[in-house]
Design a protein around this ligand. Sequence first.
Ligand code: HEM
Length: 508
Amino acid sequence: TYDYFEKRNIPYVKPVPFFGQVWSFFTQGRHAVDVASEGYYMFPNTRISGVFTLRTPAYLVHDPILYKQMAIKDFDHFTDHVTELRQETDPLLARSLFFTNGTHWRQHRSGLSPAFTGSKMRSMFGLLAKSAGGAMERLVTSARNKPLTMELRDLYSRLGNDVMTSISFGVEVDSLTDRDNEFFLKGKRLAKIDGLPGLKFLMASIIPKVFYFFRLSIMYKDVNEFYLEAISRNIRQRETNRIVRPDFIHLLLQARKNTLGSEKQDDETLQDAGFSTAQTHAIEQKVEGRLSWEDDDITGAAASFFFGGIETTTTLLCFTSYELAINPSIQDRLRAEIDEHRESLPDGKTPTYEVLQKMKYLDKVVSESLRRWTPFGLTNRRCTKDYTFTNTDGTQITIERGQNISIPLKSFHLDEKFFPDPLRFDPERFADPNNINQDAYVPFGTGLRNCIGSRLALMQAKCFLFYMLSNFIIKPDTKLTIPIVIDETSAGLNAKHGFWMNLVPRSA
Ligand code: HEM
């Protein structure tokens, strides 16, 4: 078994007998993404390297151009993600986009894509700005002109939960005041990727076959039951009372009735959500049949927005706030841009989709934050059809059907051959987009299976930052560790000791 890569002349990380790389995951006290990407730094002169998970060989892509080819031109060889979940044990996540494969994924993705276009995002923006603006007003009131000491992951995950509950499920909650409301508590358990669920998520990604065989589940049973019941109830109410609300449930009900279209013309003229927006690829022509969008499919889709969207967007906001707190000149410059644009707003405070897109410095700050602190540092593909390519030394390599492939997005972003002085936070890298290596800059992945929610994530992060800097100056609290210490036990990217900040009201 362990001579697999030797025979193929592919450099590989030497395995610990029987455990392979899984041993390092549990013994090295390093973050899972760094352990999985270790071959990237060991073998700088190859397009791909090998690794063993238990006794099974798997690949790590080193060359962003190879990733791009696999994800676009040769997509048919790599249509799947590696994870396999059972609907009996994980009824929500097994139906969600990230975890479905094959024909079901094609039907699901082509059905959902029209719900994420720029024009749909703009029409949802009102709900988002209302939820975030209301929360910000309550925060300002509670500050009573004095600095608030807050842990920002808690704050942003509350705001994010409320926004997603509103735009996904059509329910308005206030998790700043009603701190233990059921939607927040369940949403937090749904989006949780540290502790036990994080460990299970890692297992499902690293050793998917073992995970499947033992019928393990990622999600808590009570969370599945809560959402399946809440969404079915919500759909029945809408259908009985003919309620129309510009949110995801509405769009998915349109998909069910086959009436969800895209406003192509509008989308062509609409400015995109930012430099980092993941490009849309058409897969429609390759889809056989349509998904019937049962209630459980609609719930599964909405749950995947929580699972894929809340932690990642919260991470983006936390690390951006951290950088702004320790780089006051960047914060001042961003605040000046926000103030300038706020003056042009009809009510002088509520941002619009269009105004956010006009803010160039905001876009640079967010783009750089996604590079420096990649929220989703490693993605994967499963080879669905044998694939041959040429390595840097001229040898032909064939990846066989069924093999797993990891793609180290974080390593691309922190590689000095693509981004000089990579650990420095410097929004000016994005001053001229032509200077950015766009194959290596992939915070939302690339190709037909890239992140479907990039517009929503950017729009939400920019809206929250707009409100935060309009109302507060973000300063490090004494409890904040500088430089930040990463929590190596979390499956996502998190600070070990929290994001403790002082929010100083600007009116103080
Ligand atoms: C800053 C925030 C976010 C980051 C950095 C991020 C990043 C990513 C990445 C890297 C992937 C994998 C792409 C690939 O394999 O090529 C992905 C997939 C996905 N993301 Fe996001 N994401 C974010 C926010 C969101 C939001 C807000 C949503 C939903 C509303 C979302 C929904 C999804 C889904 C459903 C997939 C699976 C797509 C598929 O398999 O077809 N993400 N995301």
